[in-house]
Design a protein around this ligand. Structure first.
Ligand code: IMP
Ligand code: MG
Length: 187
């Protein structure tokens, strides 16, 4: 039988499940940063759909007063990682991340944390930009693959050691536009 190219096989996290959890995360972040300025720092490209939904789940106005919400700013960085099987991945900054983060509360918005190398690199980079605080919100966490310890403040879902696509996550730049998270079948 000819080998089929890797493709989404079954739904791991449905659209409604994603949206419910994102509303919960947004409510928590709204409480934690109430009446403060917050820079949402999206990591391109995988976090874009999560970023857009999470941002809309964070209250820009009260309660109790209309001016008590979170004053959100959008910023983005693009990172690239090179994977070599025997060595830890090497991460490089492609764009974004300069002094607009100085003295700001920053919330990194990630699609998935796997080995932790990307987040480690980004935290070190942000450390040079003098933000007031840095926290991390990831949609997915794959803790079984961790190579470096990381601290995550807000997690959407913990998933097993499996490759997933959809809702921003890709395989060879494909399937980012699926509205749910799917398992990738590779044979
Ligand atoms: P790490 O934590 O440095 O290993 O890298 C996380 C990055 O690897 C994510 O931002 C994704 O771009 C990619 N990645 C890791 N696991 C998956 C997956 O299951 N599907 C799609 N991309 C993944
Ligand atoms: Mg990513």
């Amino acid at each position: 039988m000819p080998a089929t190219k890797p493709h989404p096989e079954s739904v791991l996290i449905s659209e409604s499940c994603l949206q419910n959890r994102i509303r919960e995360l947004g409510a928590q972040i709204s409480t934690d940063y109430q009446n403060q300025e917050l820079v949402l720092l999206g990591v391109l490209r995988g976090s874009v759909l999560f970023f857009a939904d999470l941002a809309r789940a964070i209250s820009a106005t009260g309660p109790p007063n209309p001016d008590c919400g979170v004053r959100v700013r959008f910023e983005f960085v693009q990172l690239m990682s090179y994977h070599e099987s025997t060595k830890p991945s090497k991460v490089q900054l492609i764009r974004g991340g300069s002094n607009y983060l100085e003295h700001q509360h920053v919330l990194i918005v990630e699609d998935i944390i796997d080995t932790g190398q990307t987040l480690k690199f980004l935290r070190e980079h942000l450390g040079t930009l003098n933000p007031k605080t840095v926290k991390v919100c990831t949609l997915l966490d794959k803790p079984s693959q961790r190579q470096v310890p990381v601290t995550i403040d807000y997690t959407g879902f913990e998933i097993p050691d499996t490759f997933v696509v959809g809702y921003g996550l890709d395989y060879a730049q494909q399937y980012r536009n699926l509205p749910y998270i799917a398992l990738l079948k590779s044979t």
